[in-house]
Design a protein. Structure first.
Length: 97
């Protein structure tokens, strides 16, 4: 138990798309942590799924950073188009002096 961080990379085929981390304080036992990947980064990659979660690292943050578990290949998503993620339009506000 304690403060744990889960980190992972997202790939489309053999191409890196984005990465993410999640940190939570968990009690001992089997627990679930949710990883949220950057939808805008997926859109901007121009790469369609399925996407594969790779290079999962589970780190114990207390009392110092310690690698607890490492998994090279995680799960694979269903097929998604890259345009299903992120924002279609960006709004740029004028600079005000």
């Amino acid at each position: 138990g304690g403060r744990l961080t889960l980190a992972a990379d997202l790939y489309a085929g053999e191409t890196f798309v984005t990465q993410t981390t999640a940190t939570a304080v968990l009690s001992p036992g089997a627990r679930t942590m949710r990883l949220l990947f950057d939808g805008q980064a997926i859109r901007e990659s121009g790469l369609d799924g399925p996407y594969t979660v790779r290079h999962l690292l589970l780190l114990d943050n207390e009392p110092e950073l310690l690698l607890m578990e490492q998994v090279a290949m995680g799960g694979e998503t269903a097929v998604y188009g890259h345009e299903e993620f992120g924002r279609l339009w960006r709004t740029y506000l004028p600079l005000i002096d």
